[in-house]
Design a protein around this ligand. Structure first.
Ligand code: TRP
Length: 475
């Protein structure tokens, strides 16, 4: 349940629909499901196995596999931390919007409200724009909740996820039914599902699919490894991997219906073409969706509250799973106390998140999200496949997992891990890098892309440094 909680999050409701839309609509489902089966599920099985085999957090499990690869584990958890920094800011926006839903205050122009009144965004990328204190307090509330949930230990995670996984799923179902019964919904669905096959020849579309899988399944970040390390010996692995992966893919697919049905309604109401309505990117959840909600015939505020409540409850377990990955890494390696390190991580997350609160933050969130998922996660995923496949041994993992599982995986598992996944990940990463060099990224200036690259590089260097520090037992 906790693993599903980590996997299902804003990635499914906010990220999946807009990434799918940007990369070919219905046709995106093909690379998405290919990525789920060729890398998502095999790597999930491998991460669960490694966690349960070594019963350690990712960096120390990596160290047990081979001393020289400990840094891969650290790089994963630091990347998760980078994600958490902006992820918690997005959650803070959701929290503010939850309250704004009561008065539907974004009317009449949700876009101008979002950029001018809410974010106080300037036009420049530099740390400009005003600061909305509301967001600062919301961010503080988010990190405080994470801390309060975690400081007592794993036991309370179990209690929290028993609510924060089923509840938002029910809310999402309500939103889907509401969406589908609005006039114009079919137009939105057609737009969501109508395939643009020409996009499938672009490497960046495939990269986006694999990146979405890593992001959404919380893979390559030490999260699933640390959760599996808490499992009882002999717990089923393959079954859990399939359940987690399918619950995650299913929720994303369902969220697509909830979101696009409502966008269809908006197009129908305003007479705008779907292309214009759906072109929201990051703003989808904060501009387009609220606009549509405000136009609902009855209970508009209620559906606004439900939408943002679903986002928040879906998101919180993803956010705290990341903290678990780091704190356990530090605890295993340096023997520091869990309470202390949890507090430090939450404070750091909050302070670094403040950098993204000023108006220009939204651009940085988009850039960070793109680069951390599309490059860092894909690269770490590649390294994990190589370490698990060759150093630990694909067949050894398969045997370990099959021994405790109802569903047995065949040889395809090792082939995916050792050959298919590495080849695919290397080629799409290389091809997309070329695409990036040639076309740039969106309308962003190259210095901002360079800066994003430097942040990723800094996480890599810190990982190497951490791996070289002495362990508790060696001191
Ligand atoms: N899996 C989460 C989702 O789909 C996203 C996520 C991945 C995440 N890694 C994270 C969130 C680290 C916070 C911290 O929403």
């Amino acid at each position: 349940m906790a693993a599903i909680g980590s996997a299902v999050g804003l990635g499914n409701i906010w990220r999946f629909p807009y990434v799918a839309y940007k990369n070919g609509g219905g046709a995106f489902l093909i690379p998405y499901f290919v990525a789920l089966f060729t890398v998502g599920i095999p790597l999930l099985i491998a991460e669960y196995s490694v966690g349960s085999m070594f019963r350690k957090s990712a960096p120390m499990a990596m160290r047990s596999i081979h001393r020289k690869v400990e840094w891969v584990g650290w790089w994963g958890v630091f990347s998760a931390f980078l994600i958490a920094i902006y992820y918690s800011v997005l959650m803070a926006w959701c929290l503010c919007y939850l309250f704004h839903s009561f008065g539907l205050v974004w009317q009449p122009d949700a876009s101008s409200f979002f950029f001018n009144d809410f974010l106080k965004a300037g036009t420049s990328l530099s740390l400009g724009g005003g600061i909305n204190m509301q967001i600062v307090f919301a961010l503080l509330a988010i990190w405080t909740s994470i801390y309060l949930i975690l400081y007592k230990g794993v036991k309370s995670i179990g209690k929290v996820v028993a609510i924060t996984v089923p509840l938002p799923t029910i809310l999402l179902l309500i939103l889907t039914v509401r969406g589908l019964t609005l006039p114009g919904a079919s137009m939105g669905l057609e737009f969501y599902l109508a395939p643009d096959f020409s996009k499938l020849s672009m490497p960046s579309v495939w990269l986006a699919a694999y990146a979405q899988i890593f992001f959404s399944l919380s893979l390559a970040q030490g999260i699933m490894i640390v959760y599996a390390s808490f499992l009882k010996k002999g717990s089923d692995i393959n079954n859990n991997a399939f359940i987690t992966a399918l619950a995650d893919g299913g929720t994303a697919f369902l969220a697509g219906f909830a979101v696009f049905a409502v966008l269809g309604y908006l197009a129908y109401q305003t007479g705008m073409p779907m292309e214009e309505v759906a072109g929201g990117g990051i703003g989808l959840a904060f501009i387009t969706y609220p606009t549509a909600i405000a136009k609902m015939p009855i209970l508009a505020s209620f559906f606004g509250v439900i939408f943002f409540m679903a986002l928040l409850t879906f998101g919180i377990d993803s956010a705290f799973s990341m903290v678990e990955a780091i704190t356990n890494g530090m605890k295993d390696k340096f023997g520091v106390s869990r309470e202390k390190i949890t507090l430090i991580i939450c404070i750091m997350g909050f302070l670094l998140g403040l950098l993204l609160v000023p108006g220009s933050g939204i651009h940085w969130i988009e850039i960070m999200d793109h680069f951390v998922s599309n490059f860092a996660l894909v690269f770490i995923g590649l390294l994990e496949c190589l370490v698990f496949g060759y150093v630990l041994g694909g067949e050894r993992i398969r045997k370990y997992a099959n021994d405790v599982s109802d569903i047995r995986v065949g040889r395809w598992f090792s082939i995916m891990l050792k050959l298919f996944a590495p080849i695919v990940l290397i080629s799409i990463a290389a091809a997309s890098l070329v695409e990036l060099m040639v076309n740039g990224y969106g309308n962003y200036p190259s210095w901002s892309i360079l800066l994003a690259g430097m942040i990723v590089a800094a996480s890599f260097i810190t990982a190497i440094v951490f791996a070289r520090l002495k362990c508790r037992e060696e001191q």
